[in-house]
Design a protein around this ligand. Structure first.
Ligand SMILES: Cc1cc2nc3c(=O)[nH]c(=O)nc-3n(C[C@H](O)[C@H](O)[C@H](O)COP(=O)(O)OP(=O)(O)OC[C@H]3O[C@@H](n4cnc5c(N)ncnc54)[C@H](O)[C@@H]3O)c2cc1C
Length: 566
């Protein structure tokens, strides 16, 4: 019988709330479900909200009775915020998080590199914002609890899975014993140690790295701004790397590599941690400043992914699908993109708007994203924790040279998580005009946000389905285009037409956005009326035209839904 911890976890800044378990005796009849998600971490919660946005109900099974222990992911990217905006929690993150855009690298106490992440007037969100994962989960849970299409079952642990006749059958253990549950689609969002992955005997591919890191959250009154600080080869941890991040509520994340040969048990001993954290504080000029420990843990860097995120009727996402190093803030941030992507692909299939073949595209695109990250993150990881004598020699040469040679300094900087562009996606329109555009987001890219007013941005107006940005100064959308739009809607497809550029509301458009100074058109590379962009439900661009007509729009919609041409 599954007995999740029923007392709140301890923390000096976060009040854990313990939820009541969902018990089968109170719900004797179990209906077959369309979609069941296993794991209400940040990725499962986001996917359930996204599915609901596309009109698909789901049951979300969570083994625990409270949110995750410790701050875990603390840095969220702009793209994550854009996704969180769609599910209604970005504002709470903005209100409570700490935005930043500068990163600093130090070698032997001397600053050798300062990174400035791009941020322009068209961006609603900062490149990065720091917030402890518990808060993010709490905001997502509040949104889930307010959503009538999602049933969240606390204290429900999946222990078995079987698949046959196009169904997944799971056994769910609860504090009063197990019950069976049947579903058409099962989503595995059960985290790094995914039980579903093991039950289905699926193997992750890739590499694990030798280096281990201690993560410690301490409360300390440091008068420093919110910027990322990386210390290479400090006197007190020679040859190793140390990271320092500010979190809300006076908490700081200290992240340092274990010296070779030291075990996690030795590293987590209070006296060992005190000596190292005191040494770090002394190094940055705050010797003797009192601090208090909130949470600590040890982790190792891994670069692993499943080769396919679909196994029959089970679909994988987040840490269940891949394990990525946290340098460059990849874990949770990549998971949000998985959640957004899986939700729309699956919603189209569940609602009969696309064939099952569309799900292969989810897997292809997101495995591609994970592999790109693994490639980039591998370079960062090898720099931070050189896996061999050769790598260490090279790394040390870069470090020493950086004291006198500016050109090597950018090598310190590891690339942070950025949204993957589905450049070669099968859903992109082969017959459009993308190659003729001189600017603007291309095939598979997420949209460039545009500031439309004091507190008004393009991305505030997108979402819920496909969006057609139609650039025109005419009074109406051409009737032939509207015919295609209306036929798609009649089949149940959510497709909005947003006219851009006219001074008056454009007839046939759901909305008209003014572009008085032509800034929008310029950023999107539009030079004449009649140009258009088609955005998928995850906002990525799947087609763009200098001149759009009805047959091109129809062809693009068919391609984006993996439908054969009519
Ligand atoms: C120590 C640590 C530090 C980290 N630091 C960072 C960081 O700084 N930046 C970053 O981006 N990422 C970081 N991460 C990674 C980040 O926390 C994860 O990438 C993120 O939580 C993944 O979300 P998820 O929803 O896929 O999985 P999880 O958050 O792990 O959620 C999985 C959920 O599934 C539930 N579950 C598991 N098995 C079952 C089952 N059989 N039945 C029902 N429910 C089940 C679990 O209880 C859990 O709630 C860190 C992780 C750790 C462990």
């Amino acid at each position: 019988m599954h007995q999740p911890a029923a007392h709140p976890r301890s923390s000096i800044y976060y009040q854990y709330k313990v939820f009541q378990p969902w018990l089968p005796s109170a719900h004797p009849k179990q209906e077959r479900q369309k979609v069941v998600l296993v794991g209400a971490g940040p990725v499962g919660l986001t996917a359930a909200l996204e599915l609901a946005r596309h009109g698909v109900p789901s049951v979300l099974l969570e083994s625990e009775l409270q949110v995750s222990e410790g701050s875990r992911a603390i840095v969220f990217t702009r793209r994550s915020m854009e996704i969180l905006q769609q599910v209604g929690v970005a504002q709470r993150v903005t209100e409570n998080g700490l935005p930043w855009r500068f990163g600093n690298s130090y070698y032997r106490g001397q600053q050798v590199y300062r990174l400035e992440a791009p941020h322009d007037a068209d961006d609603r969100f900062f490149p990065m914002i720091n917030l402890q994962q518990q808060y993010l989960e709490e905001y997502l849970i509040d949104a889930v609890l307010a959503n009538p299409l999602i049933e969240l079952r606390w204290g429900n642990r999946v222990t078995h899975v079987a698949q046959d006749q196009g169904l997944a059958r799971v056994e769910v253990d609860t504090p009063e014993g197990p019950y069976p549950l049947e579903t058409r689609w099962l989503i595995a969002s059960d985290g790094a140690r995914s039980g579903l992955r093991s039950l289905l005997n699926l193997k992750l591919e890739g590499a694990s790295f030798e280096g281990r890191f201690v993560i410690a959250d301490i409360r300390i009154d440091l008068p420093l701004s919110t910027e990322r600080r990386a210390f290479f080869d400090p006197d007190w941890n020679p040859g190793n790397t140390v990271l320092l991040h500010r979190e809300p509520h006076g908490i700081w994340r200290v992240d340092y590599q274990l010296p070779a040969g030291e075990t996690p048990e030795q590293a987590l001993k209070p006296e060992a941690m005190k000596a190292r954290i005191d040494a770090l504080m002394a190094q940055i000029g705050f010797a003797g400043l009192p601090w208090e420990m909130d949470w600590c843990s040890v982790y190792s860097a891994r670069n692993l992914t499943l080769p396919d995120y679909r196994c029959g009727n089970v679909l994988f996402m987040g840490d269940a699908a891949h394990l990525l190093p946290i340098f460059g803030v990849r874990g949770a941030n990549t998971g949000f993109q998985d959640a957004q992507s899986l939700a729309w692909h699956l919603a189209m299939v569940v609602r009969g708007l696309a064939p099952e073949a569309l799900l292969a595209n989810y897997s292809r695109e997101r495995v591609g994203a994970a592999r790109e990250i693994i490639d980039e993150a591998g370079k960062s990881t090898r720099f931070m924790t050189p896996p061999s004598r050769g790598f260490r020699l090279l790394r040390d040469a870069v470090l020493s040279l950086s004291l006198t040679q500016a050109f090597v300094r950018p090598l310190y900087h590891w690339r942070t998580s950025r949204p993957h562009e589905y450049t070669r996606s099968a859903l992109n329109s082969p017959g459009d005009d993308t190659l003729l555009f001189k600017a603007g987001p291309g095939h598979g890219a997420p949209p460039q946000n545009i500031r439309l007013g004091a507190d008004d941005y393009l991305l505030d107006h997108l979402g819920g389905g496909f969006d057609l940005l139609y650039f025109t100064q005419e009074t109406a959308v051409p009737a032939a285009l509207l015919q295609v739009v209306n036929a798609a809607r009649a089949r149940g497809l959510a497709l909005r037409v947003i006219a851009v550029g006219a001074r008056q509301p454009v007839t046939g458009a759901d909305q008209t956005l003014l572009d008085a100074d032509g800034h929008f058109r310029q950023r999107y590379g539009v030079t004449a009326d009649g140009a258009a962009y088609l955005l998928r439900p995850d906002q990525h661009i799947c087609a763009r035209w200098l001149t759009l007509d009805a047959s091109r729009l129809q062809a693009a919609l068919n391609t984006a839904l993996a439908q054969p041409a009519a």
